[in-house]
Design a protein around this ligand. Structure first.
Ligand code: ARG
Length: 475
């Protein structure tokens, strides 16, 4: 049975020899089914680099503190480098009977360097070892995610700048509301992904304490230097409590929570792309690079990538839920349940990284269709609010009354089958005699968007400024 094939059953059902790392108390090895439920090497081999870094830092500290000899530490360091090379060359044979990455690495180290390998685990347990490895891995994942989201923001900002003055209908309740610019709409997502990056950053700061030296749960009687190992591994400080050190998985939960919110944002944008690509809208076109055809309907070009980004959000939220449920009943300190923390995080990282990259690709690929967007603004009396605001500003009417008068004018336009900007002055004056020719200045969509210059508003000039500011803040 190999780690690559965790479902294959060992052909040999006879009892195995006791484990070489803890066999002292065990007369025989585990049942085959025990080995299968217990082993994590099939997935935790992804922690190999972090495991080796953690062990190197630990060994160096043990030597520095006079707990092991300097020659032993040197042999351990060289041996661990060999193990890493073997793994990276694909020449390492991962063994399910050695359960996890920690024991696979240590067993190979023993084969390579002999006796000194047995000194590495002094003043350490797999409990603080795995907590350290996993923190290092999640820290890297957070840093990679920050880069991916940054690139997505860059794609959105570029498109927003190109379409700072492209008008489209803005919606509430998916009903035509007020005209906005496409650039303004895209910059909303830049803000959302900016907060996502902030959440990963905040979580990273809390994650960045070292559990190493918590040992099994209680600390150790050896004179270790936890500050030294924390420093060597880029942590800000050692964790303050050894029980917490081995049992805390908040960092994984926070990673999954931040990932879930980011996935929700991606899903909302994906949904908009699906809607925008539809024949009812035609606001954007995606090229062949991000669409697929139908096997039966020759005319189809489906936005599959957007649909899959929308769909994969389910997995990410599922991973967060799964780990929350796994953790909720666990007493202090370590329980084997925690071995189940890795797969949801690995899967989330794979999924979210793919979705972020696909979304950046789609945003760059997407060709907005300004004519369709403008045509869509001609329906739905989209400048009704501008008319009401004019009544307030020019005639000094209270807004509530202006709202009512505008409603009656919209009704008149509807009856005549024209837009507000085409309704003749006499029809408006029949509702409110004080309205003058000047009202038409505010009834076009261009005038409407150009007037919305308030901070964070949709005016092309404001959008250009906001895009520049977003570059400064995020890129
Ligand atoms: N593979 C284990 C995990 O991922 C490592 C820690 C095992 N500790 C133990 N006491 N059995 O959680």
């Amino acid at each position: 049975m190999t780690a690559d094939d965790p479902k294959s059953k060992p052909s040999d059902s006879a009892p195995k020899a006791a484990n070489q790392l803890w066999g002292g108390r065990f007369a025989r090895g585990p049942a085959a089914i025990m080995e299968r439920i217990n082993a994590s090497i099939g997935f935790d081999k992804r922690l190999y680099a972090q495991d080796i870094e953690g062990s190197k830092a630990h060994a160096a500290m043990l030597a520095e503190q006079g707990i092991i000899g300097r020659e032993d530490a040197a042999a351990i360091r060289a041996g661990l480098d060999r193990v890493r090379e073997e793994i990276e060359a694909g020449a390492f044979s991962f063994k399910t009977e050695l359960e996890d990455i920690h024991m696979n690495v240590e067993a190979r180290l023993a084969e390579l360097i002999g006796e000194p390998a047995g000194r590495l685990h002094t003043a350490r347990s797999r409990n603080d070892q795995v907590a350290t490895d996993f923190r290092l891995w999640v820290r890297d994942a957070m840093d990679r995610m920050d880069q991916g989201l940054r690139d997505l923001q860059a794609a959105l900002i570029e498109k927003a700048e190109a379409h700072a003055a492209t008008v489209m209908p803005g919606f509430t309740h998916l009903q035509t509301a007020q005209p906005v610019t496409f650039g303004h709409h895209l910059l909303a997502y830049v803000e959302m992904f900016g907060r996502d990056r902030g959440r990963f950053r905040d979580a990273r700061a809390r994650l960045n304490e070292s559990p190493l030296g918590s040992a099994a749960l209680a600390g150790t009687s050896f004179p270790i230097d936890r500050h030294a190992t924390a420093r060597a591994l880029g942590f800000d400080r050692p964790m303050a409590n050894s029980l917490d050190g081995v049992s805390d998985r908040d960092f994984a939960l926070e990673y999954l929570a931040a990932a879930s919110i980011a996935a929700v944002h991606l899903s909302r944008l994906a949904e908009e792309i699906v809607v925008w690509c539809s024949h009812g809208f035609r606001f954007v076109r995606l090229s062949d690079a991000f669409t697929t055809g139908s096997s039966i309907m020759p005319q189809k070009k489906n936005p599959d990538a957007a649909e899959l980004v929308r769909a994969k959000t389910g997995r990410v939220i599922g991973a967060l839920n799964g780990l929350l449920v796994t953790m909720k009943g666990l007493p202090l300190a370590y329980s084997k349940d925690m071995q189940e923390d890795k797969e949801p995080v690995f899967e989330t990282d794979d999924t979210l990284a793919l979705c972020v990259a696909a979304m950046a690709g789609m945003v760059r690929d997407m060709e907005p269709q300004p004519d369709s967007m403008r045509t869509a603004t001609e329906r739905g009396f989209i400048t009704a609010t501008d008319l009401a605001d004019w009544l307030v500003r020019v005639l000094g009417m209270p807004f509530r009354q202006a709202h009512h008068i505008t409603g009656r004018i919209v009704k008149a336009a509807e009856e005549r089958g024209v837009g507000l900007d085409r309704l003749d002055l006499a029809a408006m004056q029949a509702v409110e005699p004080r309205i003058t020719e000047a009202v038409y200045d505010v009834l076009s969509v261009d005038a409407s968007v150009a007037s919305r210059t308030s901070h964070g508003g949709t005016a092309p000039e404001a959008v250009r400024k906001a895009a520049g500011a977003a570059r400064e803040r995020f890129l």
